[in-house]
Write a protein that binds this ligand. Sequence first.
Ligand SMILES: Nc1nc2c(ncn2[C@@H]2O[C@H](COP(=O)(O)OP(=O)(O)O)[C@@H](O)[C@H]2O)c(=O)[nH]1
Ligand SMILES: [Mg+2]
Length: 470
Amino acid sequence: MLGSIADGLTRSVEGAFASVSNTFFEPVIRLGVTGLSRSGKTVFITGLVANLMNRGRMPQLSAAAEGRISAAWLQPQPHDTVARFDFETHMAALTGDDPRWPASTRTVSELRLSFRVQPVGLFASLGGPRTVHLDIVDYPGEWLMDLALMDKSYAEWSEATLERIGKRPMAADFLATARAEDGSLRLEEPKAQALAAAFTTYLTAAREAGYSDCTPGRFLMPGDLAGSPALTFAPLPMPASTPRGSLWREMERRYDAYKREVVRPFFRDHFSRIDRQVVLIDALGAIHAGPQAVEDLRRTMAEILTAFRPGKNDFLSSILLGRRVEKVLFAATKADHLHHVQHPRLTAIMEAMLRDAKDRAAFAGAQIAAMSLASVRATVEEELQHDGHVVPAVRGRLISTGKMATMYAGELPADPARLMAPAREGAEKWLDVDYQVMAFAPARMNLGPNEGPPHIRLDRAAEFLIGDRL
Ligand SMILES: Nc1nc2c(ncn2[C@@H]2O[C@H](COP(=O)(O)OP(=O)(O)O)[C@@H](O)[C@H]2O)c(=O)[nH]1
Ligand SMILES: [Mg+2]
């Protein structure tokens, strides 16, 4: 309690200062970029920043199309204790002679891009050029998912988790280990470690199988906390008695420490400052993984939305103090795995899932939208002839073999319910189609003087997220 009051005080002082400086000095937009590991955050930020600096491929960003942005440049970021997003290294990997995807990152990073904006039209007479700062914050979606822990006790979290994973084959080993323990017996550290390790193994396998629900987030993305006691717990069935010093009690204590020392500071120091948010989703990956992964994604989207609905969450309200995220974009990434004729279907699937998530979360407040995009386009389109039909496919260089390959992902249904209904009903497999994904390497680029890397709808995403502030 004291903690949350103190957090609140600092936030409100900062908040007041921030709004004064926003109004009278140089406005700052804080754009959060999140998504589970491999959803495409690093590639998105790299592609976005490169295309905001060289705006030849950004016709749908109105400030760029209307020539209002006279300059854009990178600046030292304002927070000394947060890692800088390593734009130059990532860009070099993408645009080199042997183009590669950037190396993966495992923690929070930040970058400041500043714009010189010239008012035009009605506002042109109001003053000269302004400077607008865009602070981009890259943070793991796994950490965002931890918000769900804040209003759950260890007993509640354990029960909900054990129930949810009960039927998943990859959880069998962990469940056997957990059931063999008697939580009322005295803690033995090696047992606690074995349980945490087994649970981490389960979480990793679940992620690989396409599941998105994966709390505690630091078990998969430990940042600098790997091996610390706050990460050495796991869900356990509640025993009849939980005496002091028992395994169950100690797990409960560590769970509470995790919330207090890990989850709370992240939300207070990073999340609470965000104005605009993009959530990247590997929707094609989930579709490829099957109905269970799609159902899980739908639930996860609702859970993510609750993070942007502070009124309903005491913990969030205590750190946000009335501040809130104004716009949230859910973007299906890697749309370059589909020929453009299928893009509207992918977008429709995202929109249907978002509508559903919105209803579930009884969401109101921020402006939200769904979209499909490719941050960096790695393929070209190709129409194949097959049995007298035209198959709209894509072609690119495979990472695995380095050879060119043509891929047809499978036909997405025109009606999203065709995917969502079997998912909800617990189907194990899609009935009539098989969805493919392949891992393509980025293509070699010859960028013109005013061009960023080729992309799909990154300009629309930028227009939605920050267009009104430029
Ligand atoms: N084809 C394609 N692949 C992408 C795109 N964005 C990301 N990827 C793939 O997804 C992987 C993970 O992306 P990354 O940005 O590192 O994900 P992060 O873990 O969320 O930061 C990359 O290594 C690429 O293989 C895209 O726009 N097109
Ligand atoms: Mg990354």
